[in-house]
Ligand binder design. Structure first.
Ligand SMILES: [Fe+2]
Ligand SMILES: [Fe+2]
Length: 186
C-alpha cells in the first residue's frame, strides 16, 4: 500500500476510537478501559512505523520538510508520555478523562498537520514508486513494532531500529500474559 494511504488509514482508526470514547457515559468504566487500551496500542505502533521508516525517508528525500518532521517528533514524544501515564491509570482515576481529552486534542492537531501540510508535500515530492516502497517497508515494520509507548526510548534511526523490535517482543509477551490472566478471571 502507498505510504500515505497506509498512514491515513491508521489515523482514521484512531479518530474513530476517540469518537467512540467521547460518546461514552461518565461511568462506562469497562468500555473506557477497552478503548484506551486500543488507542495506546494503535498509537504506539503507528508512531513507531512513522519514526522508523516514514520520517527518516522524508528527511532524506525531501530536506525542505526537515523542520516539519522535527516538530512531528516532538509531538509524538509528548503523546507517548500521555500514553504511558494512561497505561498506568484506570478510568476510575480522577485524571483519566482529562488526560484522554488532552491526548485526543493533541493527536487530532498532529494528524491535521500531517494530512494537511506534510503528506501533500511528500506526495508531490516523491513519486508513486517511492511511496509504494516506503509503504511496503512500513507494513513490514508494523509486524515487529512496539505495542506500548516508550517515551524514553530513541525515536530516530539507528537507535529506534534496534530498540523498537526488541521492545516489541517484551510488549507482546506482556500482552499475552495479560490475556491469559483475563481469561483465567473469566
Ligand atoms: Fe505522526
Ligand atoms: Fe501519523
Amino acid at each position: 500500500m502507498d505510504a500515505i494511504t497506509l498512514l491515513k488509514e491508521d489515523h482514521k482508526e484512531v479518530k474513530r476510537l476517540f469518537r467512540e470514547f467521547e460518546k461514552l457515559g461518565e461511568r462506562a468504566v469497562k468500555a473506557k478501559q477497552e478503548i484506551a487500551t486500543h488507542v495506546i496500542e494503535a498509537l504506539s505502533v503507528h508512531s513507531a512505523i512513522e519514526e522508523q521508516i516514514f520520517y527518516p525517508s522524508v528527511r532524506k528525500l525531501v530536506p525542505d520538510l526537515n523542520e516539519a518532521v522535527l516538530e512531528a517528533l516532538e509531538e509524538h514524544h509528548v503523546a507517548k508520555w500521555l500514553l504511558a501515564e494512561l497505561e498506568d491509570m484506570t478510568p476510575e482515576h480522577e485524571r483519566f478523562d482529562a488526560k484522554m481529552k488532552v491526548l485526543t486534542e493533541s493527536v487530532r492537531h498532529h494528524v491535521e498537520e500531517e494530512e494537511g501540510e506534510l503528506f501533500p508535500e511528500v506526495r508531490e515530492a516523491l513519486g508513486r514508486k517511492a511511496l509504494a516502497e516506503i509503504g511496503e517497508q512500513m507494513e513490514q515494520a508494523r509486524r515487529v513494532a512496539p505495542t506500548r509507548p516508550h517515551p524514553k526510548a530513541p525515536d530516530e534511526p539507528p537507535g529506534n531500529l534496534v530498540a523498537g523490535p526488541a521492545a516489541a517482543v517484551v510488549d507482546r509477551a506482556r500482552e499475552l500474559g495479560r490475556e491469559v490472566i483475563d481469561r483465567a478471571r473469566g
